[in-house]
Design a protein around this ligand. Sequence first.
Ligand SMILES: [Zn+2]
Length: 404
Amino acid sequence: MLVKGVVFYLESDLPSEAKFLLEDFRLAVNNSIRAGLQARVTSRNALCKIAYKEFRHYHPRMYSQHLVSAFEVACSILKNHRMRLRKSVTCRIPFVQRLMMKAENQAYKLDRRSGVIDLPIRAGCHVELRLIVSQYHRKYLDDMSLSLGSLTVLPDRVVVAFRKDALKPFVPESFLSLDTNERSLDGVFVEGDVAKAIKADFPEVAIIQQRHHDRRKRLQKKKAHDRRTSRNLCRREGAREHHRIDYRLHQVANSVLKFAEERRSAIVLEDLKGFKSRRSKELNRRLSLWPRRKLHQIIEYKAQWKGIPVVKVDPRYSSRTCPICRKIQYSRMGAKFKCVCGWHMDRHINASINLLQTAISKGMAGGLWFNPGAFQHDVMMILYEPAMAARSELNGTSGIAGVS
Ligand SMILES: [Zn+2]
């Protein structure tokens, strides 16, 4: 079962009854976290058993299904808490600070045509939440193959989970093998006898990371006397950085998947799990794996949603092996990969050819065969480049430059 959360903003402010409900819900979650820790229980049912009666007493007017879902939220928070404890990360007893509530799909009604949510507060009291519905939202609301999951209500927006049975991935007619780099996805597209180089560039991601890193450094220095402010400001910087990078990664993933869907390609990616770099702290930051892992995550779940097959292969030696004679080179310096047998290729594209060959040799690529000799050296297909971003971010100077 695949789940996708879709954010809806509200036409008007949350009614006051609903605000009270959010506060009640938060209180119930925080109380059940404490109850769960005290009784050392982990499952929702166990928590229900020990705490329900007492909670009914404390929150006499709350709709009982909301109370059960408060237990569920508390359980998932406790699960994370235990995980941190197991990793012996020092942490305080968790509590929910932000106003929120979660309702299971039986506990609310959404009219998919008009976009109105009917949320029960307590016996005999319901509120209507009118959602702002755009074309993007229509795509999910009108698709009746999607069922409704839980609803998360926040003070200014709601998140509706749409659920869908996982599609069986299609039988690929071609292959798209991608080597993930700090600033680009480079790879080959193989269809029949023809192989072409492919590129999706996202140089801004590294630039944004660098810029926000510098800014954080500066803030830390400037606010060295006030740790709390420094921490808050840095957190805000971090959230901004994530937003900006996320947006670009989604764009890149969308263009890759659009291509794969049109050509009925399977996507071959390197498996970044367990991939650790042993470099200096400075270089580690610069070559941070986070955006690459995130990009893979996005590609994978979007591909699942669309039924596009994704194959992940072990990337070992992929950047140092010659795809023709299988010789492994000692070093991989330089932008070009050159082999004694005469094969030469862009280093990143060479790596993606090796990824594809690993997939083929492991039988993960169906009956496909790839002949590096058929590679068209002079063709480069661009899947994505920064100029394709629909929304360019304006700042003080780029607004003027953008006119030309
Ligand atoms: Zn060779």
